[in-house]
Ligand binder design. Structure first.
Ligand SMILES: C[S@@+](CC[C@H](N)C(=O)[O-])C[C@H]1O[C@@H](n2cnc3c(N)ncnc32)[C@H](O)[C@@H]1O
Length: 232
């Protein structure tokens, strides 16, 4: 992808998340029937965090993955990086357990091999260069550390596909309009999901970025996947 096209994609993504930041968590819970929490829990399980582990969540948004990490292990030190300030501001609440950092996933401002695990939730579909995003995650995770990715997947070609497409194309944008006043952002969510890479294809990119022992698990009728790999 040309640099100008990449910049354009990043600008559009940032504007879109800025516009829905105040309603992001609510909509997420609504459109996933409240299942989003359990997938984040699974991400943390896959991250295998030990006592006092350092975790980085890239494209952290409102910090949902890190709050889940903290619930399961109070000794961790959590860093959240995102390039949409408004998403992070919307996620700041009560006792601040997250060190927030405004940063681009394609150019992380952290030294090599510092984190015990690097996670991301619904980031990879939005970045202009998937391979580079994973390369940055691999660079910043320690040797033997885990990179875990939660992402939507195109609906599988099975009997449920027409129903899932109906839900993606009509119900989700309608919910976006009613609860966030923004139909287009939720149209983007569904259209980008429909044409996005399968977990098998993402696994290949993760391998090319330097990870080994890559595996994935699907959820929600195959429309959600959690992938993980280890830095050798
Ligand atoms: C769909 S939200 C996901 C938020 C959170 N991870 C979750 O699990 O709910 C995607 C987030 O990725 C961020 N993002 C997209 N591209 C990015 C990039 N290149 N660098 C940093 N953040 C990015 C957006 O600003 C947004 O907050």
């Amino acid at each position: 992808m040309k640099d100008s096209v990449k910049d354009n994609k990043s600008d559009n993504v940032r504007k879109m998340f800025k516009s829905i930041s105040g309603r992001y968590d609510l909509l997420n819970t609504l459109i996933t029937f409240g299942r989003d929490k359990s997938w984040r829990k699974y991400v943390i399980q896959e991250a295998s965090l030990k006592q006092n582990a350092l975790i980085l969540d890239v494209g952290t948004g409102t910090g949902g993955i890190l709050r889940e990490a903290f619930r399961s292990n109070k000794s961790i030190k959590a860093f959240g990086a995102d390039f949409t300030m408004e998403m992070m501001l919307a996620g700041r609440e009560g006792k601040n357990i997250i060190s927030w950092c405004c940063a681009d996933a394609l150019n992380l401002p952290f030294p090599d091999a510092v984190f015990d695990a690097v996670t991301s939730g619904y980031l990879i579909r939005n970045v202009a260069d998937i391979r580079r995003a994973f390369t940055e995650q691999v660079r910043t995770v320690k040797l033997g550390g885990r990179v875990v990715c939660l992402e939507t997947s195109p609906p599988p070609q099975d009997i449920l596909r027409p129903l899932i497409l109906l839900y993606l194309n009509f119900i989700i944008p309608a919910l976006g309009l009613i609860f966030a006043g923004n139909k287009n952002a939720y149209r983007y969510l569904t259209s980008s999901t429909e044409v996005f890479k399968t977990p098998e294809e993402i696994s290949i990119i993760m391998r090319d970025a330097g990870l080994k022992d890559i595996k994935f698990k699907r959820f929600m009728f195959g429309t959600i996947a959690v992938l993980s790999g280890v830095r050798p």
